[in-house]
Design a protein around this ligand. Sequence first.
Ligand code: ADP
Ligand code: MG
Length: 249
Amino acid sequence: MNQSVILHTEDLHRRFGGVLATNAVNIEFRENRLKSIIGPNGAGKTTLINVITGRLPASSGAILFKGRNITDQPAHRLTALGICRTFQITSIFMGLTVFENVRISKQMKRGGSFRIFSKKASLKKVNGETWEILERLDLKEKAHVLSSNLAHGDQRLLEVAMALASEPKILFLDEPTAGMSPAETEHIAQLIKGLSEKISVALVEHDMDVVMAISDEISVLHQGGIIAEGPPEEIQKNQMVKEAYLGGG
Ligand SMILES: Nc1ncnc2c1ncn2[C@@H]1O[C@H](COP(=O)(O)OP(=O)(O)O)[C@@H](O)[C@H]1O
Ligand SMILES: [Mg+2]
């Protein structure tokens, strides 16, 4: 089955002074597919996500969403189009419960105006959608827990839940398992895999067991450029990839 491309880049570059953090990147993301972006530290993974999601301007090249040029659009426009990413834990309101955090993200999506929630019906709808997301991420039981009391792994899950509330078509996740225990990592990996049944997921992940287990496709970055792409079986065997990881620099 040839899933359609939802987002792709054309000859994308991002320079920091003399450093080409993104170097001539042509990358495609497909609907209902999980693509992992891997590569050694400093390879340019975070920069690529920042440029694609509008947090950093491109130096040159283009980003296209469903064939439409979206280069240099502000982040909030991209979010509205359905191009979303998770942020670090700082985006969580620690004084609110899990449910309240997700519901706020939902309310923002519904126009950012809280006035419309004077209508009982729409509040009911938002509450229902909030429960659905908590269900998808196994957070239902913790709905009424204060976010500051969550374990680290559950806080990271809550970030993903809040991103899902904005109804992404493509979701970028930058090292969602960072700092997690092996059991938490295994859990979130399966949930992330599940997300890709409905949307396109782009995952930056350093745990190679996770990457190999859940990715449909992998793109390998090295010094800002893509050096290999393919399904996990191929990437695992790729000599250039082994050298990029083992050879340093
Ligand atoms: N804001 C910045 N200013 C200057 N250099 C940066 C900045 N962000 C990243 N870099 C450089 O760009 C390169 C890629 O970094 P990054 O995208 O963070 O890599 P990764 O996420 O793969 O570890 C590195 O050489 C890094 O030092
Ligand atoms: Mg990074």
